[in-house]
Design a protein. Structure first.
Length: 259
């Protein structure tokens, strides 16, 4: 069919070119006969140009289909990695949960379109019930290390806001989470950050030299009982911070001026 179509197109172009050259020859004084070689050359040239255009369109379309297939394959692979990492986070063994933390962090770096979703899962893990005291019911072996690893991973992605894999512009929801010590110093928080109803129950929580700008940070309803929370150094950008309803059971929290 392609050969038939090409032949028919060539026949039409040939007759069109022949008529054109015939008219041009007739308009000359004195009139000259039509040069068949010129007609054939014009026909071949026109067919070559049309073939080149069609070949370019075909190549472009093929490239689009190939890129589409590759994108779908990448998306499918990323979705599988997400499912695997999420399953690891729910595992009984702490070593497997730790592997899930790092796998989900790497996935957030590679999957920019769903980076916020991966971060939400890590934050949601910190919001789950947690008993840090080994002598009390509900305590899970290795859980403290898993949670502190999540916090370290998040903090590592907040240190350089201009980096390609920075999480500084993402939202962080720690609502109701229990912190028994963590280091978020030097972090850059540019999105919405919530420590609302969070409990700081032990250890040292450091926000030293952290930057809160471009978003909002809330400590509303947070409870500080037995934990030292540090906002020293060059902590900046507290104009959008809210501490309404926070409870300080052992002394006041050192909040920067203007907070």
């Amino acid at each position: 069919m392609a050969l038939i179509a090409a032949g028919a197109l060539g026949w039409v172009i040939y007759h069109y070119a022949y008529d054109h050259f015939t008219q041009a020859a007739a308009d000359q004084r004195p009139p000259k006969p039509v040069n068949i070689n010129d007609v054939i050359k014009a026909t071949v040239t026109a067919l070559t140009l049309i073939g080149a255009v069609l070949a370019g369109i075909y190549a472009y379309r093929k490239q689009q289909l190939t890129e589409g297939d590759a994108h779908r394959a990448d998306a499918s692979q990323l979705a599988e990695r997400y499912t695997t990492a999420a399953d690891q986070l729910g595992h009984d063994k702490p070593a497997v949960r730790l592997a899930g933390v790092y796998a989900l962090a790497r996935l957030a770096d590679d999957w920019k379109e769903q980076r916020q979703v991966c971060i939400d899962v890590l934050c949601a893990y910190l919001r789950m019930p947690y008993e840090p005291d080994p002598s009390l019911p509900g305590h899970k072996e290795g859980e403290r290390e898993v949670r502190h690893t999540i916090i370290r991973v998040i903090r590592d992605h907040l240190l350089k806001p201009q980096a390609r894999n920075s999480w500084s512009a993402c939202d962080l929801d720690f609502t109701g989470a229990i912190f028994d010590g963590c280091d978020l110093s030097l972090s850059h928080f540019h999105g919405k950050v919530s420590f609302g109803d969070a409990t700081f129950s032990g250890g040292t929580v450091s926000f030293g030299d952290a930057t809160f700008s471009g978003g909002t940070v809330s400590f509303g309803g947070a409870t500080l009982s037995g934990s030292t929370v540090h906002f020293g150094g060059g902590t900046t950008g507290f104009g959008a911070a809210r501490f309404n309803g926070a409870t300080f059971e052992w002394g006041p929290l050192p909040v920067p001026a203007g907070a």
